[in-house]
Ligand binder design. Structure first.
Ligand SMILES: Cc1cc2nc3c(=O)[nH]c(=O)nc-3n(C[C@H](O)[C@H](O)[C@H](O)COP(=O)(O)OP(=O)(O)OC[C@H]3O[C@@H](n4cnc5c(N)ncnc54)[C@H](O)[C@@H]3O)c2cc1C
Length: 870
């Protein structure tokens, strides 16, 4: 009744009227809304007592020391239907706030009441829609349907006509306001009128006077046109038995179809030819087109001639005039038509055949165009969920994504132990490593092999159920947050290293293999798999491939993409394909392997991968360069590369990051310097020594105050671990950690670091920076608190400026963390409209029903950061 959501709304509504601090407390004494967000969740002993005593309480200054969580002011019980349902508290001098306390209490009670009635009305409307839906489906009336009819005071004894009114404008929907207005205009209490999907109205009318009905419908059409600028197409079925309205519904649909072509209000009983034609199957129509006008199909001039002839009631003179051609030309064209089709326009049966063929042809073309148009509109609009559910989930409750029958099918494939739709199970997979994103899936499924994945996908494709493939959920772009519900597929059973092929230097794995397990397994054989994201202890190969992840060794060895040689992929229609393989050279066909790398689960599900290995480098050295000047460190990065040295690792940490990391790992990192560079080189001993010496010299030239080489592998390993812990360490500072991934050309790293500092100052936010400096890939990170709306707003603005700066310096919005939901609004900055369109074309071709990780990569809104709940 008094949900936190409603409480927050009340607090913000009331706050507009007064300036004192307000709280709303539930009956357990817990503050559920407050103008001061830090109080939310705290126990308020004063309010608790008010609930017990059911009367107001003045809280004095002295009470602040005696009662838990209180502040001086006044606490008043909020009543609903005679029960206390919460407490409203106003902070301030009791003498000042008491006078209007009662007024606020009354206002709160009224708001709660209004909210309650609105909810009731919505629920009733939904219940009536569901009832009408069942009514239209029912061939026989069950007792429960009778009871429901009585409940809605629906008279089943009278005859009814079904009327369907549909908005003309494809993108327009019936708003709440419009709906209320329609109910006023159509004011016959005996009729049942409901909203039918987003853009239709359904009326089950009792009045059998056709003239009156037409007049009423015309008034409705006119009123909506005047007030909302929308046109209604209207189809009416025949009057009939209330218990067999499905006949009338079918007729109304048929009439509506014609109304959409003619623009008139159409009654099914008036249809003649159209009535017969509706019953001809699409296959028969196609066959007729094929047998008659197929030879003309690409000759638009001849088709147009025929259409004009029919539109002019077969008059040759008027047809020639309409076409602006000489009558002889018309004769010539008709002769040509006869030659092609063997049908003579002077022959009655032939002319009827031609007429029908043209009509069917136009119908088909129109349908295709219409479907394409709707698809494009929906694609752009992002599938309004209600319409989507109505059009695709036939016979299902609108928000029932997975019906009992579909659930049974899933369980049959994977077994009950691998299907989880419990609340707890779904909660676990409702978020990933990205802050502020959470959304419940409808179920979590753990397939055991590729075949099972394929069978699951086929069902999802038929039922239009979204699929979110998920590794370990460590991505930082909300890529595995099931923002549109559906199923999450996890790979806990598909986590085997299938083969290490020492002759071809490849490893073949299932997607659920943990990155570090793979690295260690190949290293045991003297081989090397370089991609090493900092999250490698938990991230999976499936996730790495789909994010095209990089790591500390990326500068010299590249990113995941550079090691993926072949894939097994389950496509959105359930087909299983293999791309690439172990071959060092292979140019047969498009490079589909690369297409799937970095596709973030939006194009298919990777069920197996063959990865490239290289020999283990002979030796490795690690050093730390310390700086008093942040930009000097950044300049060293550019200078090292400019001197044609490519170290394995060239990582940057600024002072705030260093301090937090040191307090986290405790290995004696210097915390009094402004920045450090962690530098590593591997390879033959003499090359490593030569490069390390040269890099140490360059760092000193760029004013490093000290350069220290790790003396033991343990020391080196500590330094690497410290760098890898940067994010985890920063995450301890504040409740919310926002980490970004802006990347610039290496030569611009100094400019970017400077810009980040300037931007942080401009917006008065704390930004710590670390990252793969050698790749130009920085992770400006802001420890913040999502509840501090003001600061969060400034953080958003700061990061927007950082992205803009990265692009301005020739960089990109994400170097390795992917696009997901978070970066989607920025993608156009990098790719341009045309680039996005090209990507959308690929997506549509491979996943026409948009079931693969929908809502990711392609922006639905331009809002840059959102908290999503479902
Ligand atoms: C502390 C920390 C440090 C990090 N450091 C780095 C770093 O150094 N470098 C870096 O690049 N990233 C880093 N990341 C980001 C993240 O770890 C990587 O993106 C990683 O590759 C994700 O792997 P995952 O198994 O967790 O995948 P998930 O997060 O589960 O999934 C990632 C994407 O892959 C898709 N996906 C997963 N499996 C499949 C499959 N089998 N088929 C199709 N699609 C699939 C998902 O739908 C999603 O879009 C870090 C993250 C954290 C939390």
């Amino acid at each position: 009744m008094l949900s936190p959501h409603l409480a927050k709304k009340i607090v913000s509504d009331v706050r507009r009227l007064i300036h004192e601090d307000l709280i709303i407390v539930d009956t357990h004494g817990i503050i559920i809304a407050s103008t001061n967000p830090t109080r939310v969740g705290q126990f308020h002993e004063g309010a608790f007592l008010v609930c017990q005593e059911k009367q107001k309480r003045i809280i004095t200054k002295e009470d602040e020391g005696k009662l838990k969580g209180v502040k001086a002011g006044i606490n008043l019980p909020v009543f609903f239907h005679g029960d206390v349902i919460g407490v409203i508290g106003i902070t301030g001098d009791p003498a000042n706030v008491s006078p209007y306390g009662e007024l606020l209490k009354k206002m709160t009670e009224l708001l709660i009441q209004e909210n309650y009635y609105t909810e009731q009305l919505q629920l009733e409307a939904r219940a009536l829609e569901t009832f009408v839906f069942d009514w239209l489906q029912a061939r026989e009336w069950s007792p429960s349907l009778h009871e429901r009819a009585q409940l809605f005071h629906i008279d089943l004894a009278c005859s009814r006509r079904v009327i369907i009114a549909s908005l003309n404008e494809t993108k327009q929907t019936i708003s709440v306001d419009m709906w209320k207005y329609v109910q006023i205009v159509w004011s016959d209490a005996r009729d049942v009128i409901v909203r039918w999907g987003n853009d239709r109205l359904l009326i089950l009318q009792t009045d059998d006077d056709k003239e009156r009905t037409i007049a009423k419908l015309k008034t409705m059409q006119r009123s909506l046109l005047d007030k909302y600028d929308v046109t209604l197409h209207i189809g009416c079925g025949k009057m009939g038995d209330s218990k067999q309205v499905y006949h009338s519904y079918k007729q109304a649909e048929r009439a509506l179809h014609i109304s959409k072509q003619t623009g008139d209000i159409v009654f099914d009983e008036d249809l003649r030819l159209d009535m017969c034609l509706e019953d001809i199957s699409p296959a028969t129509k196609q066959e007729l087109i094929k047998r008659t006008i197929e030879p003309l199909i690409h000759d638009e001039e001849l088709l147009h001639t025929l259409r004009t002839l029919f539109a002019n009631d077969l008059s040759l003179k008027r047809t020639a005039e309409a076409l602006h051609i000489h009558i002889n030309t018309l004769h010539y064209r008709l002769k040509k038509i006869q030659d092609y089709t063997k049908l003579n326009v002077r022959h009655l049966e032939h002319i009827i055949t031609l007429y029908l063929a043209i009509r069917f042809l136009d119908e088909t073309t129109k349908k295709i165009m219409c479907k394409r148009f709707i698809f494009i509109c929906l694609y752009i609009a992002g599938f309004p969920a209600f319409l989507y559910a109505y059009s695709t989930n036939k016979g299902k409750k609108v928000d029932d994504m997975i019906t009992e029958q579909v659930k049974r099918q899933f369980i049959q494939i994977v077994g009950a132990e691998n299907y989880d739709d419990s609340k707890a199970g779904r909660l676990v997979y409702s978020y990933d490593a990205t802050p502020n994103f959470q959304s419940l899936p409808d179920a979590v499924i753990a397939p055991r092999n590729t075949k099972e994945v394929s069978e699951i996908v086929k069902i999802c494709n038929n039922e239009r159920i979204p699929i979110v493939p998920r590794g370990s959920g460590t991505n930082l772009c909300a890529g595995t947050c099931p923002t549109e519900g559906g199923i999450v597929i996890i790979f806990k059973h598909m986590n085997r290293i299938l083969e290490i092929d020492e002759e071809n230097l490849t490893v073949t794995v299932q997607p659920g293999v943990i990155t570090l397990d793979l690295i260690q397994a190949v290293e045991a054989k003297g081989l090397f798999y370089p991609p090493d994201p900092s999250s490698m202890k938990i991230s999976t190969i499936g996730g790495n491939i789909n994010e095209n992840s990089g790591g500390l060794r990326g500068l010299k060895y590249g990113v995941t993409r550079d090691y993926v040689m072949g894939l097994e992929v389950v496509l959105a229609n359930g087909d299983i394909i293999r791309t690439g393989g172990k071959l060092a050279k292979d140019v047969a066909g498009y490079d589909l392997t690369r297409l799937f790398v970095g596709s973030e689960g939006t194009l298919g599900i990777i069920t197996e991968a063959t990865l490239k290995l290289i020999p283990m480098p002979e030796t490795k050295q690690t050093m730390l360069a310390l700086y008093e000047d942040l930009e000097a460190a950044a300049r060293s990065v550019s200078a090292i590369i400019a001197n044609k040295i490519i170290p394995t690792t060239l990582e940057f940490l600024d002072q705030p990051t260093l301090q937090v990391v040191e307090s986290f790992v405790n290995i004696g990192l210097p915390t009094d310097v402004k920045a450090v560079l962690l530098i590593e080189q591997d390879g033959p001993k003499e090359v490593v020594e030569r490069d390390m010496e040269a890099m140490a010299r360059i760092c000193r030239e760029q004013h490093a105050i000290s350069v220290q080489v790790a003396q033991t592998e343990e020391e080196a390993n500590n330094l690497r671990t410290a760098r890898r812990s940067a994010l985890s360490a920063l995450a301890r500072l504040k409740p919310t950690t926002i980490l970004e991934d802006a990347t610039v050309p290496r030569s611009q790293i100094a400019n970017m670091v400077k810009a980040i500092n300037d931007i942080a100052k401009k917006y008065n936010v704390n930004i710590c920076t670390f990252g793969h400096a050698g790749d130009g890939n920085l992770h400006p990170t802001c420890p913040t608190d999502v509840r501090d709306k003001d600061e969060l707003h400034r953080v958003e603005q700061a990061f927007e400026d950082i992205f803009a700066k990265a692009i301005e310096l020739g960089g990109t919005i994400t170097g390795e963390h992917g696009v997901g939901v978070m970066k989607a609004p920025y993608l156009e900055w990098k790719l341009g409209k045309e680039g996005i369109a090209a990507m959308q074309a690929i997506k549509r071709a491979l996943d026409p029903n948009n079931i693969m990780n929908p809502g990711k990569v392609f922006a639905k809104s331009t809002r840059k950061r959102v908290v999503i709940t479902r």
